[in-house]
Ligand binder design. Structure first.
Ligand SMILES: [Zn+2]
Ligand SMILES: [Zn+2]
Ligand SMILES: [Zn+2]
Length: 206
């Protein structure tokens, strides 16, 4: 992201030194030869009077504004005279022209996007709870999808869950909070077709 160079405030040059003003020789005032009268020739008398200062009053040098010194500029080394620098869009760190984010922020965004995608995927999966009809077989079900089932047996090591009369499996873990006959939403963690076994885990959906 391009931004105004903070070192030169976008001007592209910085003051590196001061030198004596050439116009006034460093005095800060117009020299005595300056003829107020002829300078304001043609200007109406009222306006002229405003500037028609007495000879004892000095007129500030208009080149240096009376300071007697002028600034010496040099190309800003921070932005190489362009007045602009390229910074990371997220953290504002100075980075190479060709990129928009520093490596740290790029990584951070990647991780955040992954987290977000994962969250979205889970949310989407949670919306789709499948209910098997009575004709469905084990081959009709998919791993990682959510299914509505019923607890048919509770053992010390887990609960048996039926999705219909043909398809059932084991939900391992502490099942002391469940009751036989209770409806439950599960997702499938493993399908062992050869053994005809399915592993379930409880899914928590609202
Ligand atoms: Zn001057
Ligand atoms: Zn600069
Ligand atoms: Zn950054």
């Amino acid at each position: 992201m391009k931004t105004k160079c903070p070192k030169c405030k976008g001007i592209g040059s910085v003051v590196v030194d001061y030198k004596e003003c050439d116009a006034c020789g460093g005095t800060g005032y117009e020299d005595d030869l300056f003829d107020v009268g002829s300078h304001f020739k043609g200007v109406n008398s009222k306006a002229k009077a405003k500037f028609d200062l007495g000879s004892d009053q000095d007129i500030p040098c208009e080149v240096c504004n009376g300071k007697g010194q002028v600034e010496v500029f040099e190309e800003c080394p921070h932005c190489h005279g362009t007045g602009q620098i390229n910074v990371c869009r997220d953290c504002g760190k100075l980075i190479s022209e060709s990129i928009d984010l520093c490596d740290d922020c790029k990584e951070k965004r990647k991780v955040e996007k992954m987290k977000h995608d994962e969250f979205e995927a889970r949310r989407k999966a949670a919306r789709d709870v499948y209910v098997l009809d009575s004709l469905c077989q084990m081959r009709d079900i998919d791993k990682d999808k959510l299914y509505r089932g019923k607890i048919t047996r509770i053992e010390r090591y887990g609960a048996f869950v039926s999705l219909n009369n043909n398809v059932w499996g084991l939900m391992r873990g502490d099942v002391s909070d469940y009751n036989v006959g209770e409806e439950i939403i599960v997702f499938i963690t493993a399908i062992k077709s050869r053994e005809g076994k399915i592993d379930f885990a409880p899914a928590y959906v609202d």
